[in-house]
Structures are given as C-alpha cells and as structure tokens.
Design a protein around this ligand. Structure first.
Ligand code: WTA
Length: 658
C-alpha cells in the first residue's frame, strides 16, 4: 500500500455499541438467529457448487438446466450456470402471473407532481410484452444494445424488462448526466436505440432529456443509433426528427401483447452500466443473465425478506446499480410490491419521503446515508409530523454511514422497532455483499457487519497477506460469486488488471479488489473506510477525479487541474479542484463560474466542483506526480502532515493554502 492510500485508512472508528435482534424481530424473519446465518455461510464455503447450484434451481425458472455451476478455468473470466437457459423478464413476470399472482401490485409509482399509478404484475407483463414487440419493430434483436436515458417513470422499468425479454442488453444512463457524457456512453456501447422522455421532473425544475439526446446525436456523432423512442412526460415542446424519433404512446399500445421470452444462455449479457474508476473514462460494467438474476434475487430475499402483503421502497434512481438491483430486478424477481418515486425531498417539500411512507404504508425503506444526514440536519420535527409506524426494516447503501446518523435513523425514523441494514456493495458486485441479516446478525452502528453466505471477504495488505484485527487494509473478495461483473465492455484487459490482478503479488492468483479500504474488528465485523483510489463519493454518487480533471483541462483557459474530495458533513465528500491557467489567462470570478458550468456541461451537474482554487502550479514530486495527499489536506483546511521532502517546489504549498 502506498503512503497516499495508507493515510486514508488510518482513522479507526471507536464504536462499541451492539444491537442484538430483539425477540419480535427474530420471530419475523426467515433466517433466524446467528447460528442459522453461520450454517448457511459454512455450507456455502465448504461446498459452493452445491450451495449455488441448489439456489439457482430453486429460485429461478430454467428453460434448460445448466450442466455446471461455476467454470473458473480461465480466471478472472467466470462462467456461471453454463449450459442453462433462462430469461430475467420471465423470472420477474411470467412466473408470478402463472402462479396466479397476476393481480398483485408490482409497482406503485408516484410522480413528482403527485399522480399515482398502481401496476399489477399482469399489467406489467402485458406492457413489457408490447414494448418488447415494439423494440423488435424498431429493428432491435438479440444482442443489440439499447440505451435508456429516462426519468423515474414506470416506462423505465418496462423498457429494461422489455430489453431483457428479447435479449437486448440495456445500458441505462442516469438522467443527470450531460449530453456529452451520454454521447460517450452511446458510442462506447454502440447503442442501436435510445429510449428517453420529452423531459423529467427534478426537484422544482424540468430537465430537458430529449434535448440532451438530440445534442448527443447531432452531426452524426453516434452513427450506431438508429431510433429514439420518446415517452411523453412533461409535455414541453421538443424537436422531433421523424426518420429517427417515435413517440412511445403512438408505438406501444398498438403492439401485440404476445411476446414469448427469448431463451437466453446464462452468460448472455443482461446489461452494461457505466461507472467511474480511478483511470480514464467511465467503464462499462457488464452483467450477465443468470448469475446476476440469482444474486439480485437471493440478496433481496435474504436481507429484506418482504412478506406477501408488504410494501418495499428503495429511493435510488434506476440510472444507478441500486435502482437496477433493488428497484427493478430484485423485488420483481421475488414478486414483491416495489415503490418507484419520481421526486426527492427538497426545501419546498422536506417531508416528501415520510409523507410517502405514511400514505402507502411502506414497510421496508432503503436509502442513502447522505439523505439521512440531510434529514438529521433539518431536525426531527419534520419526520415526527408523520405516522411512520408501518416501517419494520431500514436499509442504507452507497457510502459509509457515521454512527450518529445510524442511531438517528434507528431512533427517529425506526422508533427503535426496526433493524438497520447497512449494505456494502458496488456496481461491479451486482448485489449486496456485506450486510446484516436482520433476524440473525447483531448490528453495530457504522459497520456493514459480515459477508453474506458465499462471499469470502477479507482485508489484506499489498503483499496479499490478511491483516490483523483492527488494522486497515484493502477490502478484497477471494472467490467468484454469481453476481460478479463479467468484464469491462470492450476492455477485458482493464477488467483483469484493475480488479483481479491488481493486488495479486503471486502470478496466477486472483482476488477481487474493491477499491475500498476497510478494517475488521475483533468480532470479524467489517468497517468500510471509503475509497483508496481516485474515486470520490459525493452524495452517494461515484465520480472519478480523473474524469473531472479531464473535463476541466478540456476548457481552453486551463493548463492543469487536480481534483480531490473534501469531507462534507452531508454529502460525504465534496469536490475541490485546483486549477492552473494558461500563462495568458487571468483568474477571475467569471472564469471560476465558467469552469464550474463547463464541468456540468461535460459530465453533469453532479460533478460540478463546489470550490475551485486557482494556482500557478500544482504540488508535484520530482518525478512529476501530483501530490494529492497534500491537496486533500489543503482542501480540508488541515495542516499538511507527513513527508513533503519529495515535493519539488516548496513555495507551491504556501500559495495553495489561501
Ligand atoms: C461505497 C453503490 C460504505 C464504496 C451500491 C463502494 C459504501 C462504492 C457502502 C460503490 C456502504 C457503497 N458502506 N461504503 N454500505 N455502499 N459504498 O458502484 O466506496 O455506485 O466502493 O455502488 O460506494 O459505489 P457504486
């Protein structure tokens, strides 16, 4: 581990409180008591093939059974359930309808302006079939990539399932990304079609999604895209290009509701989802059919354990992996009622979430620590105005949760009746990896607790050795699991090097490096310390510092830029950029604003730096590497600690302090 990385994992949290599952909680859950978890864990460890093989046969529908559980003969390229044929949309829809549960509500959707739609499994099934037939009509066939750039409307889930039905992998691009970012993703994936909407409601504004698609496609810049399917949502005026664009409401309703699911090989692609890494452009994380389906399904079932009459709500956006696995695939594969909400809490409606919980009598609520911290800051008087007694389980995801926020969540939102599940995982892992099982695992505020059955997690040093209890190190997974990403789209080498061989000093050994630092306490509990690479986590959104730097440098006035994260009470981290200008350019307030806007334009407003500091030069080592550790301390307003002897020009430091 280099000094940069070890500096980040030095802080050891002091948190001693332990919460055992109460008697009533114990009785409510299928996986009851710690012994039960241990049994499952030990079974999965001692005979993984049997454990996963049985689970796959039990939990998924197969058109044709698989002949092998895991083929790991060419690591890190895994094949799970080889020889088998299944279809994710079948698992999410047809089987529930066939089992006589068609009238059960699949999705409760609430729009930003307040309209509500309740869609049964039967209705969802019909809509998905019509949409799947419409996609075929647009010339999409098995293997073609379809991009989605959508607001949080049911059509987003319908489109994802329709793609899955015909075997066309989807690539969902979060609606907050700019047209530039969209264009990069469309080209990298060679998308054949884009599904979008005229606009989307975000906070009290309308975002011009279709206009962004038009800009991304302008001047033949994405030649692979042949059609654009447009959902009418906000009703604003948009440009329409009849050779390419078609309205959803004009195409879908006239399609046949009969669309047999494509029988997909286990390892056929289900989707590509772009995420930020420490180097270069965002990478397309590839997930495949059976393994991903099983992992989203099983983790959802184990952790949330949703009852037949219960209502579950995850506040993520479908543009992120949490939305994929825990709004769409996990809940629907389990036949659960899932809530989809287009809005977010904002000053004009600070109680929006609690109001929704009260009105829909939501039982399970899954959100991000950043939201909890913001609610905490606004004060308990807001949630106290609502009846939250329907809640029985609370989850968090996306970033480390500080013990104070954990306790507040438990007391103020959960009224001490709800277990808290802090779930650690990543886009790459497909589903949750480290988390309490609410009826089995004693919890500690701020710890994601223990790995799920089948997951062999460890904390190691750069020699590949497990570190002792309470020592910081790299978080790794030592064995393949069904939901693991299969490759980086178009760049298998990057997959191999960045993830599975990055921390393997012994050639031929493969451990999955997550990019996070962690420590394990005396009970073996995991405490995630955050990223040790150049990825920052702003309000649970994952961004690469390099991406933001390249966006800055692409501005004509900028010579060099370095971006770091600064600890932020609410957002987890905020973005601080150090920028040196070309010699003929002057720093000014106007330019500062222009650069912030430029980053929003290049990536999206989620990447807009909170602060930009101009400097003549960046602190570098003699070999020319930017010393980010110094910049992080400076951005946080701390004394610069540690070794600065390798700094080339010490005067630079004084300049940057201001
Ligand atoms: C961070 C989101 C601490 C972590 C599902 C990881 C967490 C990155 C937690 C992945 C958690 C996610 N505790 N940190 N419970 N959950 N993270 O790909 O740094 O958007 O590497 O997936 O979020 O972000 P991603």
């Amino acid at each position: 581990m280099n000094s940069e990385q070890s500096a980040k994992i030095e802080t050891v949290l002091q948190e001693e409180r332990v919460f055992e599952p109460s008697e009533s909680v114990l009785n409510r859950y299928s996986i009851k008591g710690f012994e039960k978890y241990k049994q499952m864990f030990d079974f999965a460890k001692s005979d993984p093939d049997k454990f996963w093989g049985e689970a796959a046969l039990r939990e998924l529908h197969w058109f044709k059974p698989f002949h092998s559980v895991l083929d790991w003969s060419d690591p890190p390229f895994a094949k799970w359930f080889d020889g088998g044929k299944t279809n994710v949309s079948y698992n999410c829809l047809d089987r529930h309808v066939k089992e006589g549960r068609g009238s059960k509500i699949a999705i409760i959707w609430e729009g930003e302006p307040g309209e509500i739609r309740r869609i049964s499994y039967e209705e969802l099934f019909v809509e998905v079939c019509r949409t799947a037939n419409a996609l075929k009509k647009l010339g999409i066939s098995k293997g073609d990539l379809v991009a989605l750039y959508m607001p949080m409307v049911p059509e987003a889930a319908i489109a994802m399932l329709a793609c899955a039905r015909i075997g066309a992998p989807h690539s969902v691009v979060f609606g907050g990304f700019s047209s530039e970012a969209l264009r990069d993703r469309l080209n990298d994936g060679q998308a054949k079609a884009v599904i979008t909407a005229d606009g989307g409601f975000r906070k009290d504004k309308i975002i011009a999604l279709k206009e962004a698609v038009d800009r991304a496609l302008a001047n033949e810049s994405c030649p692979s895209v042949k059609s654009v399917l447009v959902v009418r949502r906000t009703n604003q005026n948009i440009s329409f290009y009849p050779d390419r664009d078609i309205w959803w409401h004009e195409l879908i309703p006239s399609q046949s509701a009969n669309c047999p699911p494509e029988e997909m090989e286990s390892e056929d692609r289900l989707f590509v989802l772009y995420t930020s890494g420490s180097t270069g452009k965002p990478k397309g994380v590839v997930h495949t059919t059976a393994g991903y389906n099983l992992w989203a399904h099983l983790t959802f079932k184990w952790i949330f354990d949703v009852g037949e009459e219960e209502i579950y709500w995850c506040t993520a956006d479908v543009g992120w992996i949490t939305g994929h696995s825990y709004i769409v695939y996990g809940p629907l594969s389990n036949g659960v009622t899932t809530v989809m909400y287009e809005g977010v809490p904002r000053p004009s409606n600070p109680g929006a979430f609690w109001d929704l919980i009260q009105r829909h009598k939501i039982n399970i609520f899954y959100t991000a620590p950043t939201a909890i911290r913001a609610f905490m800051k606004a004060g308990r008087s807001i949630p106290d105005m609502y009846d939250l007694s329907s809640l029985r389980l609370l989850g968090t995801v996306g970033e480390p949760i500080n013990p104070e926020a954990w306790i507040w969540y438990k007391e103020v939102i959960g009224h001490d009746n709800c277990p808290i599940v802090d779930t650690w995982w990543q886009t790459e892992t497909g589903g949750i990896m480290i988390s309490p099982l609410p009826g089995a695992t004693p919890t500690k505020p701020g710890s994601a607790t223990l790995p799920l059955p089948g997951i062999e997690a460890d904390v190691i040093n750069s020699d590949g050795q497990s570190v002792e209890a309470n020592q910081g190190g790299y978080l790794v997974i030592k064995r393949p699991w069904p939901g693991m990403m299969r490759t980086v789209h178009g760049n298998p080498q990057r997959f191999r090097e960045n993830y599975w061989e990055y921390l393997s000093p012994i050639k031929g050994e493969h451990v999955y490096f997550a990019g996070d630092g962690a420590r394990r306490d005396n009970d073996g509990y995991f405490w995630i310390m955050g990223r040790v690479d150049d990825v920052i986590n702003v309000s649970g959104h994952r961004l690469g510092t390099m991406e933001i730097e390249s966006a800055l440098v692409s501005h004509k006035a900028v010579a060099e830029a370095a971006v770091v994260g600064r600890p932020d009470e609410i957002k987890g981290e905020s973005i601080v950029a150090f920028v040196s200008l070309d010699s003929d350019k002057e720093a000014s307030k106007g330019l500062l604003e222009e650069l912030k806007a430029h980053v929003s334009n290049e990536i999206g407003s989620i990447a807009r730096p909170q602060e930009i500091r101009f400097t003549n030069a960046l602190p570098k080592t003699r070999s020319g590497k930017i010393m980010r550790r110094l910049l992080r301390s400076l951005a946080a307003g701390e004394e610069v600690k540690g070794d600065t002897s390798t700094l080339e020009d010490k005067n630079v430091l004084d300049q940057l302090r201001t």
